[in-house]
Design a protein around this ligand. Sequence first.
Ligand SMILES: CCCCC/C=C\C/C=C\C/C=C\CCCCC(=O)SCCNC(=O)CCNC(=O)[C@H](O)C(C)(C)COP(=O)(O)OP(=O)(O)OC[C@H]1O[C@@H](n2cnc3c(N)ncnc32)[C@H](O)[C@@H]1OP(=O)(O)O
Ligand SMILES: Cc1cc2nc3c(=O)[nH]c(=O)nc-3n(C[C@H](O)[C@H](O)[C@H](O)COP(=O)(O)OP(=O)(O)OC[C@H]3O[C@@H](n4cnc5c(N)ncnc54)[C@H](O)[C@@H]3O)c2cc1C
Length: 644
Amino acid sequence: MAVNKVNEDLLRERARYTFNIEELTNFIDGGEEGTRNRREVEDMVIHVKELHDEVPEDYLSHKERYENAVKKGCILIDLLKEHVLRHSSFDAYKPSNMYRVLSMAKEVSPVLLHMGMFVPTIFGQASAEQQEEWLHKALMLEIIGTYAQTELGHGTFLRGLETTATYDPSTEEFVLHSPTLTSYKWWPGGLGQTANHCIVVAQLYSREKCYGVHAFLVQIRDSETHMPLPGIKVGDIGPKLGFQTANNGFLGFDHFRIPRKNMLMRNAQVLKDGRYVKSKSDKLTYGTMMLVRVMIVSDAAYELSRAATIAARYSAVRRQSMPRPGQPEPQILDYVTQQHKVFIAIATSHALRLTGGWLWDAYSSLTHDLDQGNLDQLPELHALACCLKAISSRDSNSLVEQCRMSCGGHGYMSSSNFPTIYGATAATVTYEGEYTVMLLQTARYLMKAWKEALGGIVLTPTVAYMVTYNKAKPAWVNTPEAIIQGFHAVAVGKVKEAADGIEYHQNSGKDYEDAWNAASVMLVKASECYCRAIICETFWKEIQKHSRSMSRNLAVVLQQLSELYLSYWVLERSGDFFQVRTVPLTRTKFEFVSFASPKCHCQMCTGFVAHITSVVVLAVQVSIQNLTLTFCTRKRNEFDIGSC
Ligand SMILES: CCCCC/C=C\C/C=C\C/C=C\CCCCC(=O)SCCNC(=O)CCNC(=O)[C@H](O)C(C)(C)COP(=O)(O)OP(=O)(O)OC[C@H]1O[C@@H](n2cnc3c(N)ncnc32)[C@H](O)[C@@H]1OP(=O)(O)O
Ligand SMILES: Cc1cc2nc3c(=O)[nH]c(=O)nc-3n(C[C@H](O)[C@H](O)[C@H](O)COP(=O)(O)OP(=O)(O)OC[C@H]3O[C@@H](n4cnc5c(N)ncnc54)[C@H](O)[C@@H]3O)c2cc1C
């Protein structure tokens, strides 16, 4: 049988790298132990023949595809359980660990929601006694759960959920009911045929009073027969854009009774006589969503890294066209346009991975604070989790599509794996908080921060520059730090523009809600810019931090990737950079001018495309006096740049 020979072009490209591959691998895995763990699991997986499809899953029926995914899910979960039990350091919920193992089966696992939301909700919202009863069963998959929050009529607006949980003190039970068609739970992964339990988010009623949405652990199928219990209507919601084996389902209750003790009572409680004990914050019910949003940042990076790897390899082996008659067809990797498509995907996968790790650390510190009853960091972390989840999933999904397109027709084949990766990342832009809604949540936080900044109040870390920016005029020199300061200036400008927009509409007679809505496009933009500034700054600082302990050759390459990322986004947002101007005064007042404004004296380099291999450090030089923004470029090596 012909031995698979590695493509010569690929071998030649691999022979050209200037840094230690194992060192980079360890860096990506979070250290040598991370690489060892990953390889151990991958070695286990790669040798399990049941995980390899004889027939492309696209040619299977929906039933066969689902059964195939269940079989693989069981195998992978056993590996995960064994590995978690054997390696305490392999923390299943650290970014990408759990998701990475489950995604080795290519098709989305019907137990993803069990691992991704059902178990974490028990961790985060069940009392100690309840964890005693359910956690081990869930971790060992003796019960299989999902997270049933979204309804046909409401996904974003949680306070509008219609499913009710009414306390009956005479029997010490909650009666779950779906009063309308729109109250049917719709979307929960695994609900179609897989889960026998679920976390149900419902409006809690006790003594005729509604206390808002709370979480309940509900058995919906018989543990022996797996048939729906009486009073339960459940099934599959049908075909989707992707995620075909996630087994998303619907669920309706007809006056279905559960014991009082099945209300998750870590935060709020209902006593036997029906008295309600309030939690420190009713937003703690939303805790699982924050965890998954934090995980999505790293998992979006992971999916993008897969797509970027496929595109980079294909670009090395694909030869096409003949720019010079009689010469061999060049590798498409040599086309600048190809590099412009692929290299930003590589840089972004690193940017999002490092930002995801930074966010995970912030989340871990918050959960420790919450255990101590300290909720101070909750608002900022919610704002961070919202915008980073939105931007990371959107960037990942659009760059996955860009990688697919960079592979021409072969990128359109299922065997390229792009369709599966695209389907998974497209879902993340919507689930766990829809893109726009998440950015508007962050905008709520930014509007408050702006008001405090104007009052000179010291702000939380990620918005502190809004005050310091007003005090110390930045000495902007020709460095990546200057670009990061530029992103801060753009973010402050957009926040101010949105705040002024709300004020303008209020002054013209609108109430706050209508003024907010009228300014909401600017509010979304302000959140995007705030988030971009965080990713740029975190990527750059993480690379600087890690560079000190890595070999120089690797540090140089990672530094170039971070500079590429910064310069790419300055070019993508050059209009915003030109709009920022500062006027010299005791308190620098950011005046955001429109392009049309005669006051703006921009000398703009237009239409210039950076040659991606040569990392162009593009710096913003602002001369405060005459408000001239001059973009100057400094080539890092001999490659030409387009033309200005
Ligand atoms: C690339 C592949 C990766 C895949 C794998 C990734 C991860 C692996 C794991 C598993 C998961 C796998 C698959 C996941 C499947 C998806 C599952 C789901 O989709 S579950 C359902 C998700 N649903 C949502 O996210 C709903 C979104 N809506 C909301 O969160 C809320 O309705 C709201 C938009 C935030 C508005 O809520 P509300 O109306 O109550 O609040 P406001 O009035 O706007 O604000 C009040 C106040 O509360 C603060 N706040 C709101 N939410 C939170 C929170 N979560 N935490 C903390 N604080 C919160 C808000 O800031 C306001 O504060 P203030 O301004 O001070 O008043
Ligand atoms: C693949 C997949 C898996 C899922 N898995 C689960 C699961 O396991 N469990 C679960 O509970 N849910 C799950 N969901 C549901 C998901 O959480 C919701 O789809 C998501 O929260 C969006 O809610 P929605 O569908 O009601 O959209 P809507 O909120 O109706 O959004 C529709 C449009 O309205 C806009 N909009 C809504 N509110 C506002 C506002 N206040 N201001 C401005 N614009 C607004 C949105 O921006 C969007 O453009 C899943 C969804 C998908 C796609």
